[in-house]
Each structure stands twice: as structure tokens, then as C-alpha cells.
Design a protein around this ligand. Structure first.
Ligand code: UDP
Length: 328
């Protein structure tokens, strides 16, 4: 049995990870400052409410527990906000992560799995994007993630820290059993916004731009089920345990759906009419982002269980229908 520290375990992907680790018999400690996470999303293990920017608190945590690995999900994720408030992103996503890594090195914890993003690539020069694609992030969010990836290389060199960076494309969906799902406040992601328009919690969904060089003019993205992301982390953990060297893997299905296609599919899955409002492009949105995840499939033996957009939407819809989620 492994003892795993899940940083950001009260958030969307982290909470699904905790559930998976507990179900496979791991001992789990969650660290979360609960600024964007929810206490009731932590389905088990020990929850320590603290900030990873707090070196003294981290020191105490590592003094009191022995961890085999750290999984880090705690970051700010809104691209637009990162442009308006870059300091907030560099302080949390970069500086606090560095504090965490230093505490890990002091405690001798040498395995780390990091939630990275397709945003490290910036405007793609080819699609599907593989890991060798140039990294030229175009906003502070993407830059903060890419900087951490580079710090991790240096920590491997200097201290032997073995890390796996998982570059998520568009995380979506919800726990198939319906216990967990996505709840961002404010919500900025396409799928939950569409489903809120379907359920009536929101009047309409806005389409940001219909003049892209794509078949229907709307942006194309690679949506990947949260359970499949979590499974990739479990496999990355095993990979490091078996002596795997530091690596970065793309996580996506390799198929792209346009904003308009997602809305159309959501209409079918929910059986509800969804009102659409057109708006100009959102700054910084590349027309098409699709993953080449061949390396994750090969090296980790990873194969998404829920690649169909219908399934991703159906699970997210079952979760939306449970709103309000509080006091569970
Ligand atoms: N999008 C949209 N309306 C919204 C939110 C998003 O048209 O209310 C589009 C956005 O421009 C992008 C795609 O949906 O092309 C996915 O956006 P999201 O914010 O979910 O994820 P991102 O691709 O930014 O990681």
C-alpha cells in the first residue's frame, strides 16, 4: 500500500483522483486550502486545510507523515484571469509549487505527478500536437505551468526527483457513479456552461467566435473524461514506482469536437433545447487543439474508457441534474 499526498484533492480532478486512490487501497492525505475546492468533495482520507505556499506548515506535514509520492492538482486555471492578474498565477502556480518541491526534497520524497496543460504549447504549428511540439505558451497560465515543468527537470538533475507531467487537453465529464463532478465558481468551461443552459440554471450559452478556420467556424477541442485522466495518473504513479524516468505525456482522446458540435450533442443527450448567443472570439483561443497521446498509450498502457463525447456529456449531465451539490 502506498501513502499518497494529493495536493488540491478537494478540487475537480483532485477529488476524482482521491476517490480512485482510496478505491485501489492507497492511504491518502489531502492538502487543500479550500479557496476553490470543497470539503465535501473529499470522499475519504485525511484532509489538511493549508496552503502549499506556507513552508512551515509543509515542514510540519512532512515531519508527521511519510509519503511515497505527491500528486499536485492545486492551481488556478482561468486563462483570462491569468492575463489580468499574472502575479496571482505566478505566486500560486509557480512559487507555491516551488515551496512544495523544496519541502519534498527536505523530506526525501522523490516522486511527483504534476497537472500540466495543453496551454504549454501555445498556438499550435501542427495538429494533433505531440509532446515534441515547441512550447511557446501565450498567457501567464500556460507559462506558469511550463516554468514548473522546467523546474522539475532541474530538480531531477540536482536531486533525483522523478516526475511525470500530464498535459491535459479539455478535462470534462464527471464520476460515472454520480458522487463527484465539476463545480467551478465562477464556471468558465464550455461543457458545464452548456449543461447549465440545458437545465435552466443559465439562460443561454455563449459561443465565442464563429469565424475560425474550422469546418463550422467554431473552435475545436479534445475533450477527455475526468475518470480517464485519473486513470492516467494512477498509471503514472505505477510507472514511477517501477523506476520510470521523468517524462511528460499528453492526455487527450485524439479527436476534436467543435463548440457547435458539443452544443448539438448536448441537445441530444439532454433532450433539452439549449439557447445559444453568439459573441466575438475570446482572446487567446487557438482554433484547434487536439492531442496526440500516443506516448501515454504506449508507455503507460493507458486507454481512455470513455472516449465518446456522448458519454462525457451524459455523466456531466447526471451531475448537473443533482445541483445544488452542497451539504452532501
Ligand atoms: N467556449 C465558448 N463559450 C463559453 C466557454 C467556452 O464558446 O462560454 C469555447 C472556447 O472559446 C473554447 C472552447 O469552448 O474554444 C473550450 O473552452 P473552455 O474554456 O472549456 O476550455 P479551454 O479550451 O479554454 O481550456
Amino acid at each position: 500500500m502506498n501513502r499518497i499526498l494529493v495536493v488540491g484533492g478537494a478540487g475537480y480532478i483532485g477529488s476524482h483522483m482521491v476517490q480512485h486512490l482510496l478505491a485501489s487501497g492507497h492511504d491518502v492525505v489531502v492538502v487543500d486550502n479550500l479557496t476553490t475546492g470543497y470539503r465535501d468533495a473529499v470522499v475519504g482520507g485525511e484532509l489538511v486545510q493549508m496552503d502549499i505556499g506556507d513552508a512551515a506548515a509543509l515542514h510540519n506535514l512532512f515531519a508527521g507523515h511519510r509519503f511515497d509520492a505527491v500528486l499536485h492538482f492545486a492551481s488556478f486555471i482561468q486563462v483570462g484571469e491569468s492575463v489580468a492578474q499574472p502575479g496571482k498565477y505566478y505566486a500560486n502556480n509557480l512559487a507555491a509549487t516551488l515551496t512544495l518541491l523544496q519541502a519534498m526534497m527536505q523530506a526525501g520524497v522523490k516522486r511527483f505527478i504534476f497537472s500540466s496543460t495543453a496551454a504549454v504549447y501555445g498556438e499550435p504549428s501542427y495538429v494533433p500536437i505531440d509532446e515534441a511540439h515547441t512550447k511557446r505558451p501565450i498567457n501567464p497560465y500556460g507559462r506558469s505551468k511550463w516554468m514548473v515543468e522546467q523546474v522539475l527537470e532541474d530538480f531531477d538533475q540536482a536531486f533525483g526527483l522523478k516526475s511525470v507531467c500530464l498535459r491535459y487537453f479539455n478535462a470534462a465529464g464527471a464520476d460515472p457513479a454520480g458522487r463527484l463532478g465539476e463545480r467551478h465558481e465562477p464556471e468558465t468551461h464550455l461543457i458545464p456552461l452548456i449543461l447549465q443552459a440545458a437545465s435552466g440554471r443559465r439562460k443561454a450559452v455563449t459561443v465565442f467566435g464563429r469565424d475560425y478556420a474550422t469546418p463550422d467556424g467554431t473552435c475545436v477541442r479534445d475533450y477527455i473524461h475526468v475518470s480517464d485522466l485519473v486513470e492516467a495518473h494512477a498509471r503514472a504513479l505505477k510507472y514511477l514506482e517501477q523506476g520510470g524516468k521523468s517524462a511528460a505525456f499528453n492526455l487527450g482522446n485524439g479527436s476534436g469536437f467543435s463548440v457547435q458540435e458539443v452544443i448539438g450533442t448536448a441537445q441530444r443527450v439532454t433532450g433539452r433545447a439549449i439557447e445559444v448567443v453568439d459573441a466575438p472570439r475570446r482572446p487567446g483561443d487557438p482554433p484547434r487543439l487536439v492531442a496526440d497521446a500516443t506516448i501515454a498509450r504506449k508507455v503507460l498502457g493507458w486507454k481512455p474508457l470513455y472516449p465518446e463525447l456522448e458519454t462525457i456529456l451524459a455523466h456531466a449531465w447526471a451531475w448537473e441534474l443533482q445541483w445544488p451539490w452542497g451539504n452532501r
